[in-house]
Design a protein around this ligand. Sequence first.
Ligand code: NDP
Length: 314
Amino acid sequence: MEEKRKCLIIGSGPAGYTAGIYTSRAGLSPLLIEGMTPGGQLTITTEVENFPGYPKGMSGPNIMDDIREQALHCGTEIRSGLVTEVDFSQRPFRCTVDDADVIYADTVIIATGATARWLEIEGEKTYRGFGVSACATCDGNFFRNKDVAVIGGGDTALEEATYLAKLCKKVYLVHRRDEFRASKAMQNRVFNTPNIEIVWNGLPKEIVGEKRGFAKAVTGLTITDKLSGEDRTLNIDGVFVAIGHKPVTDLFAGQIDLDAQGYIITKPDSTATNVAGVFAAGDVQDPHFRQAITAAASGCKAALEAERYLIANE
Ligand code: NDP
């Protein structure tokens, strides 16, 4: 199938849906392709207290359902699927969905977000899905009344640790330094949770486990104490890796300018990329703030810039 659009939005987090709301209202009849994780990273978080409009807080998935519904209500066409190829060298731009359908678009808003980073230590790949996870809300339930470790010192790690502390017997929060970068509010929550034990200066070295019948399971995490250089193994059943995210930009390498970490480079005070007519919004171009609200705001900016671009190039 082939079709032509004024505006194609790739990605469905706060940035993508907000771009949908604004481009719909501007009469651009946008098509939004949702990608692998419809709703984006907020769909795998728990309670969100800092998104305006929810005075008592709200679950991440519910917020994303609301923004999606608003985008639909405004007229965004939302389609499930994965953009598998883009060609920004021709105009209109050519984008392929699920290796099959071709969409030609005058403007493209990239809002593909970011994905979890992994430790890249021994045992991590072997036990991924068998005790190693990057999502406490998805997998925490499997570790009821067990002992687990969470790795990281940012808001995600501390949020995951407090979430898991409600389910698990004990949570080791392993951080490579001696202070957290997470917000003070999150830190206070962790300090006040009795079954969280903080392991400062802990460098994860290896995830160990064993075969259990046809399956396998994690039995421990070996960490090196950064100060003494000594190793010790925590006896745990699960490891939750929460060490940040990387932008989802493999698809665009060679097509638009990326920085050394893979983030899309946008012009100062703009969502414009080096290709006129291609805009980037949200975490895919933001190594600094990475908040749902800043992503939504940049989705709005991208939509306004796409609209202006179309008017200027009519
Ligand atoms: P961050 O980048 O903030 O934190 C990553 C953490 O992982 C850091 O503590 C870092 O250590 C550690 N780390 C990185 N690489 C390694 C490694 N190889 N081995 C061991 N540890 C490592 O990521 P987050 O996902 O926590 O947060 C991203 C953004 O989202 C932030 O802006 C955060 O504020 C926001 N956020 C907000 C929430 C909320 O407000 N409710 C909830 C979740 C996230 P070091 O500190 O030494 O660099």
